[in-house]
Write a protein that binds this ligand. Structure first.
Ligand SMILES: Nc1nc2c(ncn2[C@@H]2O[C@H](COP(=O)(O)OP(=O)(O)O)[C@@H](O)[C@H]2O)c(=O)[nH]1
Ligand SMILES: [Mg+2]
Length: 337
């Protein structure tokens, strides 16, 4: 099936739902680029909820995420979720403003599936999307879901706050560490411990895997698990380069999925993520609105009043917000509305 070279989101969306991978790729480019077309794609996907289960693979550069993902693709093709064996892979590079740069290596490492029509691999970088990747990635996951993908993998480098947000946008988040002194501690510092549903000690063929496991266990002992429905993240050893242990990882991912469904936390967790997304979009929009008004008279007048000492900075903000959101603000705790 082939679609005329259109960039009309609705036409592309129908084609993608019919199985056209070229159309799906173009929709993802629209999502990545941001702007009105991206909003339209997001709207279409949102109104067509699918049944995709998303799995995030995160960790430091070089931890073996792509090699591991490649192995998981193989298993996912045989035993995918929701009775479907097709799958989508989104390789996210938050540090790069372009697709294709650092991701090229990932493509090479996922070559095992290059000729496989059932696997859709796509990289995504920061472009013009409002709210950045922490909003673009959930949009992309919903798009995959809407076009009928049962399983979505998201590989992302987990090194900063935004990256951690991106990594947390999936149903099951796998944090990959390596053996060796301090790797688990680094992951903890990066905020990855909080978002991990599962730990992988990859490169378990190297010395230090047992120490890394002890470090992780010790840190987990200090973690409050009540939010996650009492799920304690299991720790799986793998050697992605040979495939050793990857079966066990796939099983553990399935167990986490089952746990979320059985305990009833999957839907509320997805809603919570949607709330966070809404917040991100709202904040980005507010910033955009503010920037657009920075030169406006009202803005200048407020700043002048503040600099002149007539308004303190809080009052100046109140004055502007009154204009920006025409909603009554709730009174603050100290009664100064
Ligand atoms: N010794 C060893 N090397 C591995 C293992 N897994 C991956 N590698 C190698 O580590 C390097 C980085 O792997 P890659 O998957 O690109 O890591 P990513 O940056 O996290 O995606 C590559 O040279 C892999 O071949 C493993 O389990 N053991
Ligand atoms: Mg990689």
């Amino acid at each position: 099936m082939s679609v005329p070279r259109t960039s009309d989101p609705a036409t592309l969306f129908e084609a993608a739902r019919g199985g056209d991978r070229g159309a799906l790729a173009r929709l993802l480019s629209l999502v990545e680029r941001g702007g009105p077309a991206s909003r339209e794609v997001a709207g279409l996907a949102f109104k067509t909820p699918g049944d995709a289960y998303s799995v995030g693979i995160t960790g430091s550069p070089g931890a073996g995420k792509s090699t591991l993902t490649d192995r998981l693709i193989g298993l996912g093709r045989q035993q995918g979720f929701n009775g479907g064996q097709e799958l989508a892979v989104l390789a996210v590079d938050p540090s790069s403003p372009y697709s294709g740069g650092a991701i090229l290596g990932d493509r090479v490492r996922m070559q095992g599936h290059a000729g496989d029509d059932g696997v859709f691999i796509r990289s995504m970088a920061t472009r013009g999307h409002l709210g950045g990747l922490s909003v673009a990635v959930p949009d992309a996951i919903r798009l995959f879901s809407a076009v009928g993908m049962p399983t979505v993998f998201v590989e992302t480098v987990g090194v900063g706050q935004q990256e951690v947000e991106v990594a947390a946008a999936t149903d099951t988040t796998v944090v990959v560490v390596n053996p060796g002194w301090g790797d688990a501690v680094q992951a903890n510092k990066a905020g990855l411990l909080e978002i991990a549903d599962l730990f992988v000690i990859n490169k378990a063929d190297r010395p230090g895997a047992r120490q890394t496991r002890r470090d992780l266990e010790a840190m987990l002992d200090l973690t409050d698990l009540s939010d996650a429905g009492e799920w304690r993240p299991p720790i799986v050893d793998t050697v992605a380069s040979t495939g050793e242990g990857v079966d066990g990882l796939w099983t553990a991912i399935g167990e986490h999925r089952d746990h979320q469904i059985r305990s009833g936390v999957l839907a509320p967790l997805r809603q919570e993520r949607l709330r966070r997304e809404f917040r991100q979009i709202l904040l980005a929009r507010m910033e955009q609105e503010l920037d657009a008004r920075a030169g406006a008279d009202e803005f200048a007048a407020v700043v002048t009043a503040m600099v002149g000492g007539d308004l303190d900075p809080y009052q100046a903000v109140d004055r502007l917000l009154d204009d920006l959101i025409r909603l009554p603000r709730p009174p603050t705790a100290d009664g100064r509305g």
